[in-house]
Design a protein around this ligand. Structure first.
Ligand code: NAP
Length: 262
């Protein structure tokens, strides 16, 4: 039996008062959202060895989720999984579609179900497009766009009433010069989130498109090509991870950059 939607309801932003009782009821109804319980839910976190991925995993763990941590580095996989109460790790490389399919198969084999996916893997490249090596451009698009879609595609047979988090970041809203490949991949992923929400609505699958601004994870220092410009101080990663998990629980489909500012 699926456990996806808890009967609990949450009423948000009800401070405005209406004297007209019919308008008032309508107003309340439009602000009532179902709250998703994560207890015992099985969530696969791709890029679970990264800064945002591991913080999201820890927050999901605190809310009772069972986790599969996907990544490439065995030491980092072990150290992230060791902090979680009910978790396994698996090799997952977005440049290798067979590893994506194996990650889903392992999740089903280990837990018998899959309720959510978090796409927190990603790489970045800087510099003018003409200076970007063709192979690097393909890797960038493979990890930031094709890989997340491969993972969703492989998960869909198991995911009714579940959720997916994509993490395109603010560049999907405001593409940046000298980051054309990264901006294109992330804008494409954001467009796919909108399309999939339409496609999967009847199956009650929620795609959360999270577009946080620059966050202090050190990602820019691990660029696969080029050197990062100096960015203003970014957001604390724990705040971004917390807001994303709140979005999952509330069943939100969009977290624009401004949603991370308060
Ligand atoms: N930091 C920001 O300012 C920011 C803002 C908005 C959105 N985002 C997005 O948030 C996500 C997480 O980024 P982060 O800042 O937490 O960076 P991070 O700490 O560097 O994490 C990146 C993750 O991607 C994984 N990865 C890299 N190449 C991979 C591949 N070929 N296949 C599978 N996994 C791969 C890494 O795993 P390995 O252990 O295998 O290397 C790591 O777990 C990314 O999609 C990023 O674009 C970041």
């Amino acid at each position: 039996m699926r456990l996806s939607w808890s009967p609990r309801i949450q009423i948000v932003r009800t401070s405005r008062r209406y004297s007209d009782p019919i308008r008032s009821r309508r107003h309340l109804r439009s602000h009532i959202v179902s709250e998703r319980s994560l207890h015992s839910h099985v969530v696969l976190v791709a890029g679970g060895t990264g800064v945002l991925g591991s913080l999201i995993a820890e927050e999901l763990d605190r809310r009772g989720a069972r986790l599969v941590i996907g990544g490439r580095n065995p030491d980092r996989l072990n150290s992230v999984t060791a902090k979680l109460s009910d978790a396994v790790s698996c090799h997952l490389d977005f440049l290798d579609v067979a590893s994506v399919e194996r990650a889903i198969a392992l999740t089903i084999e280990r837990f018998g179900r899959l309720d959510g996916l978090v796409n927190a893997a990603g790489v970045v490249a800087f510099g003018p497009l003409e200076e970007l090596n063709g192979e690097t451009l393909r890797d960038l698009l493979a990890v930031d766009l094709v890989g997340p879609l491969d993972l969703i595609r492989a998960a869909l047979p198991h995911l009714d009433e579940g959720f997916v988090v994509n993490l395109p970041g603010v560049v999907a809203e405001q593409p940046v010069g000298n980051m054309a490949g990264y901006s294109a991949a992330k804008a494409g992923l954001s467009a796919a989130s909108v399309a999939l929400n339409r496609e999967l609505r009847r199956r009650r699958i929620t795609i959360l498109d999270a577009r946080p601004p620059h966050t202090e994870t050190g990602l820019a220092g691990r660029a696969i090509s080029g050197t990062a410009p100096s960015f203003p101080e970014g957001l604390p990663p724990a705040r971004v991870a917390h807001r994303i998990v709140e979005g999952i629980v509330a069943g939100e489909r969009q977290l624009p950059a401004e949603a991370f500012q308060s």
